[in-house]
Design a protein. Sequence first.
Length: 295
Amino acid sequence: MGIQIWDIESVIIGSFFIDSVTELEASISPKYPIVRKFFLNPEFNDKNEQTGRFTIIITFEIDVKENKQAKDSIAEIADIGRDIFNTYMDMLAFLSVHTIHIVKQPVLRYNYPGTNKYKIIEFPSQQATVRSPIPLKNTSIFKKELGKKHRLILKWLKRALQEKDIINSILSSFIPLEILANQFPCNKKLYVKCDKCGYIKESRLGIRIQVENLLINELGYSNEQFKKIWELRNDIFHGNLEITTGKIRDLNLIRQDIIFAIINGMNKLLGIASYELPAVMPPFGDSFIAIEYTL
């Protein structure tokens, strides 16, 4: 198959303006030397003023291996194209110090050389819900007297479920998880020794020990599950997680473990009988549609 040249096209709204149709520096990092061109085309109103709406076009090349199956090649192109687009959106937000709104989801387009035949890859505008509805069999929570901590856990859980970005969803889910962990007694003791006088005293348990106690001792999670959840927390907060489309697929499973831990932990805390949770939660980042057409 060899080298293919793809265009990424989208329409965005940003709180900035440029002089005219602008081709900007294309090379964004050693990871993406394949980007050839980056255009921003501003929209003007009848007074010849920029509206803040832009058409964005990014051209990149990719070496499609001969031995790869067609569906694997398309998935790789979709992942790389989406990652490149998201990186440029991050940089525009950085430069303008403002949110970038995507009006038209990015479309990847490839023109077969010497023909009027095209292949396009489209991403859905909304996160698809692939889970079947579940029955609300146990509604006893409506009769429970909820304290401040209970209400905070529910509010943050709702936010985590509503988030359309998986990292924001995971970050929002860690807050109720840690609040919840502090509601359960932990038998572990932590002692610290004074460097000057040698006096040893009992110290307050850190949140890591509290979360470990909740997940493993109260909810029956494995050590491996806890380790994945806690390492993800640290990687996000300490800047060690590179967020790519491929990585998002792995994060879906960890996010589900966190969400289910919050729900099952709240049930246990409030004395509510456990109920069946959905087998799979709606995933982030997988959906795309690839089609071919001829002009």
